[in-house]
Design a protein around this ligand. Structure first.
Ligand code: ZN
Length: 264
């Protein structure tokens, strides 16, 4: 798999004596979580994993050289049962996903590490990340953090419809890959589909509403795309990568400064 993680920030490139020399109280370890799942006709299965690595790698490159922050190898497989029925989707169950995170937390805790950030770029994992950040805190007293997606950037230039319902393989994901790995994008195979229409608000919405319906991609989109990749440009992708990296780096720095024991 491609990587944008600087070698000096790659935990798995260390040997165990180098790991043993890391300051236990202050070292911040980042566990990337993503997915291997269908992304329409035009993007690769690894899209969420590649974007995770891309944004995290650019964020880590912005940190001061002496900041004790390392990226762990990613959990490539996520809870992707919303994309079942499309060949290539490799999903794990929620219990398996949570068990992997729990076991990795146990390993890090037994080695004496204190600070762990879960950095997730697949929507199907989001609820489980929030559960596990708290559970790892409770069970192992790890100081855990959850970090999601692009760090809350505004994505200037996105139309309201795409901003609300560009869920999957739409303009943003396509732009990221056009900027960073254009050889993996098939520009001749774009399709567009939306799960809902911002101009027609309904009582039941797919997400981010008081009343929601649980959705499966195959109910909505024959191609697997939910969004519109056609306006995506490498220029916007490069700008959003830079903005996301800046926001994610600021979040990582806040996690570094965050006290190990909160005030009573
Ligand atoms: Zn995706």
């Amino acid at each position: 798999m491609k990587t944008w993680i600087p070698d000096a920030r790659n935990f798995a490139y260390l040997n165990w004596k180098q790991v043993d020399a890391l300051p236990r109280e202050t070292t911040l370890l980042v566990l990337p979580t993503a997915a291997i799942e269908q992304h329409g006709h035009h993007l690769p299965l690894a899209t969420d994993t590649l974007i995770n690595n891309l944004l995290l790698g650019h964020a880590l490159a912005k940190l001061p050289a002496d900041a004790p922050v390392y990226a762990l190898p990613p959990v490539h497989y996520g809870k992707s049962n919303e994309h079942i029925g499309f060949p290539g989707t490799l999903s794990v169950s929620s219990s398996t996903f949570m068990a992997v995170l729990r076991d990795l937390g146990a390993s890090l805790s037994s080695a004496g590490f204190r600070k762990l950030a879960l950095y997730n770029t697949h929507g199907g994992n989001t609820a489980l990340i929030d559960v596990m950040a708290r559970d790892l805190r409770a069970e192992f007293k790890l100081r855990t953090f959850a970090l999601h997606g692009s760090g809350g950037i505004k994505f200037e230039g996105l139309k309201p419809q795409e901003r609300a319902y560009g869920f999957h393989a739409g303009e943003v994901e396509t732009a990221f890959l056009l900027a960073a790995a254009p050889e993996l994008v098939d520009r001749s195979a774009y399709t567009a589909n939306y799960i809902a229409d911002v101009a027609k608000p309904e009582m039941l919405l797919p997400e981010n509403a008081p009343a929601t319906f649980a959705w499966l991609t195959r109910d909505i989109s024959a191609s697997g795309v939910m969004g519109d990749p056609r306006p995506a440009t490498a220029e916007n992708g490069a700008r959003w990568i830079e903005e996301a990296a800046t926001r994610l780096a600021a979040a990582l720095e806040a996690m570094m400064r965050f006290p190990d024991s909160p005030k009573p």
